[in-house]
Design a protein around this ligand. Sequence first.
Ligand code: PGA
Length: 249
Amino acid sequence: MRRKLVAGNWKMHGTLQKNAVLLSRIAAEAPRLNCEVAVCPPYPYLGQAQLALAGSGVALGAQSVSEHASGAFTGEISAAMLLEFGCHYALVGHSERRALFGETDYVVAAKFEAAQMAGLVPVLCVGETLQEREAGSTISVITRQLSAVLERVGVQALAKAVVAYEPVWAIGTGVTASPAQAQDVHEAIRAQVAALDIGVASELRILYGGSVKPENAKQLFGQRDIDGGLIGGAALMADDFLTICLAAN
Ligand code: PGA
């Protein structure tokens, strides 16, 4: 049985004061939730979140991670550092990292490996642009992004990882993939993994991300191959985020 996971990706938002309010609401409501919940704040707030969430059962994640273990990499954050601040998850390959910070499939696979070797659970984000969808290449893009990781670390590595399907055209746009559109891609991702290992595929959690809101979460999470969500904008508002978590119950 795959337990649903709802993870909030705060992106570059928050202040100590706003975070304190949001984190205390999430921690207080957590016992009512049957799904697994995680939050991914900006790096400087990980310590704050670690303290605020202690004992709540809510997991902590980072929004990215360096592919390097340590050394002269100004501005980078290693997986070992994230572990010291209580992180369990690290997002890798978010489309904003790919599009705005030049992360290639190769770099994403290296980050996946570095995170996992250190003991973090990577959340591998994949997704096509609108242009790629309109050109009919959605599945080939997703297959390529996933293959880059599978070729580097092997299918067994996915037994300790999460995949998030995030169509780029649905991120932050208010346009959500329909439950059927999302299900089709989730099914294709699971099939690609199943071709290598059926057991790993059947246990793999595949999240949907891209304008998930309280109004559409239930329908999305009701799809056979959708195991929860990666939530951006709606994760910044306690009521919305908690409603989405309840939709995964
Ligand atoms: P969104 O972002 O929910 O604001 O569309 C999702 C994400 O980028 O992870």
